[in-house]
Write a protein that binds this ligand. Sequence first.
Ligand code: ZN
Length: 83
Amino acid sequence: MLGVLALAVLLVLAVDRFYGHSTIAFAAAIIMLIVANAPMLRYNCPRCGKNAFFRGPFVVPWPNRSCARCGLDLDTVLPSQKR
Ligand SMILES: [Zn+2]
């Protein structure tokens, strides 16, 4: 996720350098971010359905180890990310 964000920023900077200010580059970066975020939306708690990336009002770039709502251990039910 953070790598994709850096990639998107680099893409914007690169296009900015070659073509001047471009909203297309920004649009492409935003689309990339949405595509990169799509798998995150499937990381839901199997018991209560709460997304594992939401920690209260905050969105974290890594899934919670346990569900913030019902306390289910998500490490055992979700494919754990290598960190
Ligand atoms: Zn839960």
